[in-house]
Design a protein. Structure first.
Lengths: 220, 276
């Protein structure tokens, strides 16, 4: 009889698991439908933003008026961005390398991350998303700004994690693309900051970004 | 007391539940095999066959709005190097906000080898390291190391397609292609297809509207006529030769033919007709 109860319990668990899996699959299908991104161009004015950080502060672009600002779109759940692994921009140390080079090129330059992952992605609630974001960049002083509505991501046209946008001191977009070359040898973002510091236009000003798609919230 | 049929059903469900708890999650991509072939230009090539689990996808050389193409590294004998991969026709996957160029199911990836002499083949095993990004609603990465024995005997031509995804064909003698600083013009027999489109590969320093989504190509009298504007920024070329490349997709079906186009962009001057 006890065996029957055990089997019944397992069977019920299996049925429940199946139902949850189906629900997750439906949810994931929904998540794949993302909004059409807007886009900024080289030379256009950087859209203003005011966002909460993962550790409870508020940061706006206007706070850094006159400074070069490197904005990295980030996700703690992407193996090319904040998730650990051999391809991760953050866990392999490439992010630190770029941030150090940015600071070496211009000590006043600011490096920010923005996480536009919508709340509820893969079952992660807001608190978990924020906690995971913080822990993924814990070894660096870089703040992670939370953009769960995706409005800032859409305003910039951020498509992947990572995806870099550099704003010059005049508030204009000076670089869009990948943080580094595929082989890791060219630190595009740092080179762009160096060029801006020297009063030049970054070359390249545009590179091909790659990575996970930004998991935007669906439009209401 | 349980009915015997109910007991069997519950046992099956229970075993399924136990199975879910003990087996590792299946990997969404596996390398089915790697075989040798010889390309039309005489170079030997390794044909990698990937099998991608249902609902997942890998990426073309230009992934589209997001994603990343697979990469290959090979430990090769002295004097040998890997040439640029040959990509089959990708599927165009559109969601509300994204256009992606993807490979699904079983597909083949050709990795040409360039050796010290034309038509030479390596005579030692090759250690091939493959890595890839694979996505469904979320993404993961995978890797495989394959020891590829040296080829033996006469190498056959690669198959025309793997898993229904055809490899590109070259422009024919009746086709034409001209490129200038600001336009790419291609006339190509549509091979019986009534529609065509063009997708751009990744060309540093050269942007077109076909970079992020297929551009429709008119087909008249059995000929596809591509006339594509180019936006050239040599300062973004990252030291590479300026050129425009991509696939002319004939027809709409995934197994319809495609034509690989690659032309260098002249430093200046008008459009110059080039031989296919």
């Amino acid at each position: 009889m006890q065996n029957n109860r055990f089997l019944s319990l397992l069977a019920a668990s299996a049925v429940a698991l199946g139902a949850v899996s189906l629900a997750m699959a439906d949810m994931e299908k929904g998540e794949k439908k993302e909004q059409k991104a807007g886009a900024v161009e080289i030379g256009s004015a950087a859209p203003e933003f005011k966002l909460p950080t993962a550790d409870g502060k508020t940061v706006s672009l206007a706070d850094f008026k006159g400074k070069t600002v490197v904005i990295e779109w980030f996700s703690p759940y992407c193996p090319y961005s904040g998730q650990s692994g051999d391809d991760s921009y953050w866990s392999t140390g490439r992010a630190k390398q770029v941030i150090d080079a940015v600071k070496a090129a211009d000590a006043s330059a600011v490096y920010l991350c923005i996480n536009s992952t919508h709340d509820g992605y893969s079952g992660k609630d807001t608190a978990t998303n924020m906690k995971d974001s913080t822990s993924a960049v814990a070894s660096s002083p870089v703040p992670v700004l939370m953009d769960a509505s995706g409005s800032v991501g859409h305003a910039y046209g951020a498509k992947t994690t990572p995806h870099i946008f550099i704003v010059d001191g005049a508030g204009n977009i000076a670089y869009i693309g990948a943080p580094v070359s595929k082989d890791g040898k060219d630190l595009y973002a740092a080179n762009a900051v160096k060029a801006i510091k020297e009063g030049k236009k970054p070359e390249p000003a545009r590179t091909k970004n790659s990575g996970c798609g930004v998991k935007y919230a669906k439009k209401a | 007391m349980l009915h015997p049929l109910r007991a069997i059903a519950l046992t099956c469900l229970a075993l399924l539940a136990l199975g879910e708890g003990t087996d590792p999650a299946p990997q969404p991509v596996r390398v089915k095999d790697v075989s040798w072939c010889r390309l039309v230009d005489g170079r030997p090539a390794m044909l990698v066959r990937f099998v991608v689990q249902n609902e997942w996808h890998m990426y073309w050389t230009n992934p589209g709005d997001s994603g990343a193409p697979p990469t290959a590294k090979a430990a090769l004998p002295e004097g040998w190097r890997l040439g640029g991969p040959i990509w089959p026709r990708p599927r165009v996957q559109r969601t509300d906000g994204e256009t992606l160029f993807v490979h699904e199911g079983e597909w083949g990836w050709l990795l040409p080898l360039e050796g010290p002499q034309p038509r030479a083949v390596p005579d030692t095993p090759i250690e091939l390291a493959l890595s890839w990004m694979v996505c469904k609603t979320s993404c993961t990465v995978g890797k495989a190391s394959v020891r590829v024995p040296p080829p033996t005997g006469t190498l056959a031509a690669p198959p025309e397609s793997v898993g229904g995804s055809p490899f590109p064909i070259a422009l024919g003698p009746d086709d034409s292609c001209a490129v200038s600083r600001d336009r790419l013009r291609v006339r190509c027999r549509a091979r019986g297809r009534m529609s065509a489109s063009f997708i751009q590969a990744s060309d540093p320093g050269v942007s077109t509207e076909a970079e992020g989504a297929p551009v429709s190509v008119p087909v008249r009298d059995g000929v596809a006529n591509l006339d594509l504007g180019l936006s050239v920024r040599p300062q973004d070329a990252q030291g590479k030769e300026l050129g425009v490349s991509g696939l002319l997709l004939l027809g709409d079906r995934p197994n319809d033919p495609c034509v690989w186009i690659r032309r260098n962009i002249p430093e200046s001057g008008p459009a110059t007709p080039q031989q296919p």
